[in-house]
Design a protein around this ligand. Structure first.
Ligand code: SF4
Length: 374
């Protein structure tokens, strides 16, 4: 009998489903994880190399910046050679939107606050996109909000962000085009969450979640996790992008982990390790770090418990697929709830890694990573 799906905090909000190249966003499509390249788009090899790294990390959709004609000119190569759908990010020039559609990009992101004469071009853009089967993202950003709305609201409030997005959406609706998703990004999670909540009540377009300019890895991870968690736990959000001042693959790892934590993606490797305390009888930090590093890349949904003493250790280790409860210079190794051996502290890491690989292979993981003990 197949296992029941893991419970989530709320049913997904019902949204339209749009195509983004070989994948879909919205409706019953899994919530996708996006990132954006940091290379110059004209550096074709560098950009494709970064896209390959993102793909290997688990990224579903990638966005590339198109600030100039030179960037627009290379899009056809990048769109053709990328393993995942490519979205062209266009801020100022409507003509690049047409170039991106012609180049075979899966979708185009437009920023209504920035794009010049955008409103006059809506019918033409809608026709070109429709003919090519390309979708759009209406990407409203607090930092570049339409000046009319900034004047009306005084600052990029949730109401201003939503009004801007719905105004642009209405222009496309007027010409019969509905294949777009919407984002209303702000760097303050409270404003951002409120904006998406309001937007979700006023339309059924798929929503692309993002806390813009979230900051360096530590701060950005927390801000994004808090904001996305607040929305995803209400069923709001169809695709996510974590913005970090860090390599884009880190954004993808955080995004995937957020979805896994809420059972919105099947869980992969999960390390359950205690925070350590005065009762710890081993160096839990170093143990957990070595096990995490040694199992990097493992795809099997293994839960590995690394516990510092015998207070909660045996309980957690027993509940996990594999675990260790440490004490008196030794580690009791648990596999599927049973103690299989007791090893000296110096052999805990190696034993866990060997057992993890064996269990992963039993779970059907092909080419489970070689264990690395350092
Ligand atoms: S498992 Fe033991 S060492 Fe770890 S936090 Fe709990 S009591 Fe402390």
């Amino acid at each position: 009998m197949p296992a029941a799906p893991a419970p989530t905090l709320a049913p997904r909000r019902t949204t339209r489903k749009i195509r983004v190249g070989s994948t879909f966003v919205g409706g019953d499509a899994p919530i996708s994880v996006q990132s954006m390249t940091t290379t110059k788009t004209t550096d074709i090899n560098g950009t494709l190399q970064q896209i390959a790294e993102l793909t290997a990390t688990g990224c579903d959709i990638v966005r590339v910046a198109v600030p100039s004609q030179d960037d627009a000119d290379v899009l056809h190569i990048i769109a053709k050679k990328s393993q995942i759908p490519v979205i062209a990010d266009i801020h100022f020039q409507p003509r690049y939107v047409f170039a991106a559609i012609d180049a075979g990009c899966a979708a185009v992101r437009v920023n209504p606050g920035n794009i010049k004469q955008f409103d006059d071009k809506v019918a033409e853009i809608a026709k070109a996109a429709s003919d090519a089967g390309v979708s759009l993202r209406i990407g409203v950003n607090a930092g570049s909000l339409d000046k009319r709305l900034l004047a009306k609201y005084g600052s990029p409030t949730p109401e201003a962000l939503v009004e801007s997005a719905l105004w642009e959406a209405s222009l496309f609706e007027d010409v019969g085009f509905h294949d777009f998703k919407i984002s209303v990004k702000h760097n303050d999670p409270v404003v951002m969450v409120r904006a998406y909540e309001m937007l979700s009540q006023q339309c059924d377009y798929p929503l692309h979640l993002g806390v813009t300019e979230a900051g360096p890895a530590f701060q950005g991870t927390i801000k994004s996790s808090v904001a996305f968690g607040a929305l995803l736990s209400q069923g709001i959000g169809d695709t996510i992008r974590v913005s970090l001042s860090a390599p884009p693959a880190e954004e993808v790892k955080v995004g995937l982990k957020i979805l896994e934590s809420l059972n919105l993606r099947p869980r992969k490797l999960d390390i359950v390790s205690c925070p350590s305390c005065g009762r710890a009888q081993v160096d839990v930090y170093s143990l957990a770090e070595k096990v995490t590093k040694g199992l990097e890349g493992m795809q099997a949904p293994l839960r590995v418990a690394v516990m510092g003493c015998v207070v909660n250790g045996p309980g957690e280790a027993r509940e996990a697929d594999l675990g260790v409860a440490s004490g008196n210079g030794k580690g009791q190794i648990f596999v599927k709830g049973e103690v299989v051996k007791t090893v000296p502290e110096s052999e805990i890491v190696e034993t866990l890694l060997v057992e993890a690989r064996r269990i992963a292979a039993e779970m059907g993981e092909v080419g489970a990573p070689e264990v690395s003990v350092s």
